[in-house]
Design a protein around this ligand. Structure first.
Ligand code: ADP
Ligand code: MG
Length: 262
């Protein structure tokens, strides 16, 4: 049975957001690629337990912004603070932050020559120095959670796109992250596989994971996001609770964007 908008909103508000603990804070952050000013004065505070959906036209800087959060890209001005640690050139800190921040990309980036299980245990064994057996037990636990434990000994090429993306999520979870970043995790998938990946993400949200998700899956946004952010031309143009965001966007650029995708 499908839910009404009120029921969906009621479920969403059951997901707890901390009022005091900050997961990520971005302050007056600017980034350039050469001369190109790609991110302009970004301010964003993500509290623990928040589920933020970031949307906006292609090229607006969504990927660049979330890649700055785990230093896959470097910002040039302003501050990014992840779980109390400011991102600077200090490599030790960057390592620490990467351990706490999991990331899933549009293209799953699994190692093709490693089994699913090996993909999931690689970082725990080599980065976290976890004993192999313990890492494998943890990996199986997360593969069960994303509902593909039976694929553990196969190679990525033997799995469907949806299954590979679920492995990528399990692999991130094996590092026990405090925050998960998603960059269009379903946009390379065939339609019938989108739901199986979104279901896993909804489950994570229900368990209280702090999430920043770049996605245009507006059903997902309505279901789990406590805040939707709209970016255009390197700026955060508008942000709001999902219902007012979708039903009553304020900015012309947001209206235009929503009219094209909804
Ligand atoms: P989005 O994820 O919203 O589509 P991106 O963050 O990928 O946007 O890109 C924002 C802008 O920065 C685009 O104009 C893109 O062409 C440019 N860009 C992205 N990566 C690079 C790079 N490595 N070097 C130069 N320009 C880039
Ligand atoms: Mg992108």
């Amino acid at each position: 049975m499908s839910q009404t908008a009120e029921e969906i909103a009621a479920d969403r508000t059951k997901m707890q957001v901390s009022e005091t603990e900050v997961a990520v804070e971005i302050k007056s952050m600017n980034k350039w690629y050469g001369d190109f000013h790609v991110l302009r004065d970004i301010n964003l505070k993500v509290m623990k337990g928040e589920r933020i959906v970031v949307c906006g036209p292609s090229g607006s800087g969504k990927s660049t912004m979330i890649r700055c959060i785990n230093r896959l890209e470097e910002h040039q001005k302003g501050h990014i603070i992840v779980d109390g640690n400011e991102l600077t050139d200090d490599l030790k800190k960057i390592d620490e932050i990467r351990r706490e921040v999991g990331m899933c990309f549009q293209h799953f980036n699994l190692f093709p020559h490693l089994t699913i299980l090996e993909n999931c245990t690689l970082a725990p064994i080599w980065v976290r120095k976890m004993p192999k057996k313990e890492a494998e037990e943890a990996a199986m636990h997360y593969l069960e959670r994303v509902k593909i434990p039976e694929q553990a000994l196969k190679y990525p090429g033997q799995l469907s796109g949806g299954q590979q993306q679920r492995v990528a999520i399990a692999r991130s979870l094996c590092m026990n992250p405090k925050i998960m970043l998603f960059d269009e995790p379903t946009s390379a998938l065939d339609p019938e596989m989108i739901k199986e990946v979104l279901d896993v993400m909804v489950g994570l949200a229900e368990e209280g994971m702090t999430m920043v998700c770049v996605t245009h899956e507006m059903g997902f946004a309505r279901k789990v996001a406590n805040r939707v952010i709209f970016m255009d031309a390197g700026q955060i143009v508008e942000q709001n609770d999902p219902e007012p965001f979708f039903t009553n966007p304020q900015h012309e650029r947001t209206k235009l964007f929503l009219s094209q995708i909804l």
